[in-house]
Design a protein around this ligand. Structure first.
Ligand code: SF4
Length: 687
């Protein structure tokens, strides 16, 4: 007789890779994954998943997984008990506060962590330490979206559900390659385009959906604002603006009209490199469509003037009357990481409480103070780059980094490493001994998304449940448990014992989440924010009656075009753009430890064949990429996907040290790094 096998367990959860938020069913037997299946009822994925969510789960059983705390002794990281590690953290935090006050402590929370974990981290910093020095990696990607969309429309999220976007008859896709970075969204959009949706793609590279575009605009990196103004100029000049919408629902038209006079297509062509005729054709397509939608990515935000870029893009939807007030389609960012929207929603930001109430707003702080029982600090805290600067200047006594490999992913990485080395206590919660963890004083073994209980918020603002499918390995703990443990070591009880408690408490602090709870999500599935009422659905489409600005009008922005932080010159004649590839995810700490490594084994440098001739670079051979900040060695890949004068690489392999090359310039408004424009030169290395 066959021996009886343990039963198969099915766990419905949400993918922990990109911000699409695919609903997955994880099949396990005897504590091991047997398969990950896309959920047929998943509200975004509808039975689809990509090579990451479906297959890249082997990392959970990697022999490199951290399963015990590590503590630095005599310069070496060595295994320790949780008691010793927590004691070291608590002593370091107390010493930092004693020496420099609460603002000498800072925390970087995580877009990989659940909402409930992010909520607890920011509560710990504000309640147990007494500082607003808490930030998350949206600082590195979509902080300009939050700032720009709030300024234009009133709230810090995309304006529409993806279902709305799919109903569009014209898509303006800007600075995004969803076929690789958000594959399920990329596939859904491609289906629409193949069935007749008109596509205007704005991307310097000829990749993904851009190859299917009706009009493909390839601006010089860093010239978005000029291009968007050129499109807006044509909308006004050719009578394609919605005058009634503008009269009833918008503010700022006279100022913008004056500015746009300076951006006729001929001048825009000089500034951006996009032919004037293409600017006109794209504007006519967008302007004449019945249901035009804008979808954009990091090619808009990761610039010196990223927030201005978001606002100039929002201008187009406002001029066209294609946002809010019963029309929809709107302006929608593709958020990168699984919960980068949620990390900010939960208040892991130096200037905002859960639900985006400002720390300087007496009403918002009074509400949080009442729920938490202690006064909320009212001075905005440090942003991530400011934390590193403070550490280098000796003003930071402790830095707690949760699930972020800042030494691999942040720009000008050499300076980041200097900051960590200068900080007396660096605590790192990680799955693996990352570049950052190697420099930490205490490393706490963390849980993956397959081992956690809570919720994520995806790119179109939907809360979805995350459920543990696997037991935790060894002594690893969730970020939720680790924050509670550190608080307890300081003698502080943070309350909200379970993740469900944390979301319930968050719902009391933030009116926009008041209708949410784990119980309701278990019953109903995905629920978008804002959701202020437990008896009503959330708002998938924003601004149906009015914009969320004080006077209910959308704001047109008269922001002039200003050049990027670096431009190519004689010494550094090329522009480096970094981004994602299909098989891997961010620093690759998870996907590189799966069979996806067979699909894509290294970071490569894409360059145009004509540039290869000019700089004597051969396909498949190593080439040194050098900027004013550092250098990296990559394997050259000759492709006409790259624009002439530009090179492209991913950042999935920390060993290639790409971010020692990227510049320290960042968005004037939000400090988001200018990953999309670094002036570089090439030196071939002959084999
Ligand atoms: Fe996961 Fe994104 Fe792939 Fe969906 S598209 S399976 S959310 S990585």
């Amino acid at each position: 007789a066959r021996a009886s096998r343990p039963d198969l367990t099915r766990t419905r959860t949400t993918c922990g890779y990109c911000g699409v938020g695919c609903s997955l069913e994880v099949l396990t037997r005897d504590g091991e994954i047997t398969a990950v299946l896309p959920d047929l009822d998943g509200p975004v994925n509808r039975g689809h998943a990509c090579v990451k969510g479906r297959f890249a789960h082997g990392f959970v059983r990697s022999p490199e997984r951290l399963t015990r705390p590590l503590v630095r002794r005599d310069g070496r990281l060595e295994p320790a008990s949780w008691a010793e590690a927590l004691d070291r953290v608590a002593r370091g935090l107390r010493a930092a506060v004693a020496e420099g006050g609460p603002d000498a402590v800072a925390a970087i929370s995580s877009a990989r962590a659940t909402n409930e974990e992010n909520y607890l981290v920011q509560k710990f910093m504000r309640v147990a330490i007494g500082t607003n020095n808490v930030d998350n990696c949206s600082r590195l990607c979509h902080a300009p979206s939050a700032a720009g969309l709030t300024a234009s429309f009133g709230l810090a999220g995309g304006t529409d559900s993806f279902d709305d976007v799919e109903r569009a008859d014209c898509l303006l896709l800007v600075g995004a390659n969803p076929v690789e970075a958000h594959p399920v969204v990329g596939a859904r959009l491609l289906q629409r385009v193949l069935r007749g949706t008109r596509l205007i793609a704005v991307d310097p590279r000829a990749v993904g959906l851009a190859r299917h575009a009706d009009v493909h605009l390839r601006p010089h990196p860093g010239t978005n604002v000029a291009l968007f103004h050129g499109l807006a100029h044509v909308l006004l000049a050719e009578g394609l603006a919605d005058e009634e919408f503008l009269r009833l629902h918008a503010a700022g038209l006279p100022e913008l009209t004056g500015l746009l006079a300076e951006y006729p297509p001929d001048r825009v062509a000089v500034l951006t490199g996009v032919p004037a005729a293409d600017v006109v054709e794209a504007a006519r397509l967008y302007g004449r469509a019945e249901r035009p939608a804008i979808v954009y990515g990091l090619g808009v935000t990761e610039h010196l003037h990223g927030t201005d870029g978001v606002r100039a893009l929002a201008n187009l939807a406002i001029l066209r009357g294609a946002v809010g007030i019963g029309r929809g389609y709107g302006v929608n960012p593709l958020r990168g990481q699984n919960n980068v929207q949620g990390a900010s929603d939960m208040g892991a930001l130096p200037d905002s409480l859960p639900g985006y109430g400002k720390v300087t707003d007496p009403v918002a702080t009074a509400r949080a103070t009442e729920v938490w029982g202690v006064p909320v600090p009212t001075r905005p805290g440090l942003r991530i780059p400011e934390m590193f600067a403070a550490a280098r200047a000796g003003r930071l006594g402790a830095l707690w980094i949760i699930g972020e490999d800042v030494c691999a992913t942040d720009p000008d990485a050499t300076r980041v490493a200097e900051a960590l080395d200068a900080c007396p206590l660096v605590v790192c919660q990680e799955l693996f001994l990352s570049e950052t963890a190697r420099r930490a004083d205490v490393v706490l073994p963390a849980a993956s998304w397959l081992e956690k209980d809570g919720t994520f918020v995806n790119f179109d603002r939907r809360f979805q449940r995350v459920r543990p499918a696997l037991p935790l390995p060894g002594e690893a703990g969730t970020d939720f448990a680790a924050v509670h443990a550190v608080a307890a070591a300081l003698g502080v009880d943070l309350g909200c014992v379970t993740p469900a408690d944390a979301l319930a408490e968050c719902a009391r602090v933030a009116p926009m989440f008041a209708g949410l709870s784990h119980a309701r999500l278990d019953r109903e599935g995905a629920i978008p924010w804002p959701c202020p009422d437990p008896d009503r659905p959330g708002e998938a489409t924003l601004y149906r009656e009015r914009f969320a600005t004080p006077d209910g009008r959308a704001r047109l922005a008269a922001v002039p075009y200003l050049p990027p932080g670096e431009s190519p010159d004689e010494d550094y004649p090329l522009v480096l753009v970094t981004g994602r590839r299909w098989a891997h995810y961010n620093s690759g700490s998870m996907t590189r430890r799966t069979d996806n490594l067979r699909l894509d084994a290294e970071d490569r440098l894409d360059l145009h064949p004509s540039d290869a001739v000019r700089y004597a670079v051969r396909d498949g051979e190593p080439v040194v990429v050098e900027s004013r900040h550092g250098q990296a060695t990559l394997t050259a890949r000759l492709t006409d996907e790259a624009a002439q004068g530009q090179v492209f690489c991913s950042f999935h392999f920390p060993s290639s040290q790409v971010n020692t090359v990227t510049s320290g310039h960042s968005d004037i408004e939000t400090s988001c790094p200018e990953y999309k424009v670094t002036a570089v030169r090439l030196k071939p290395l002959r084999k």
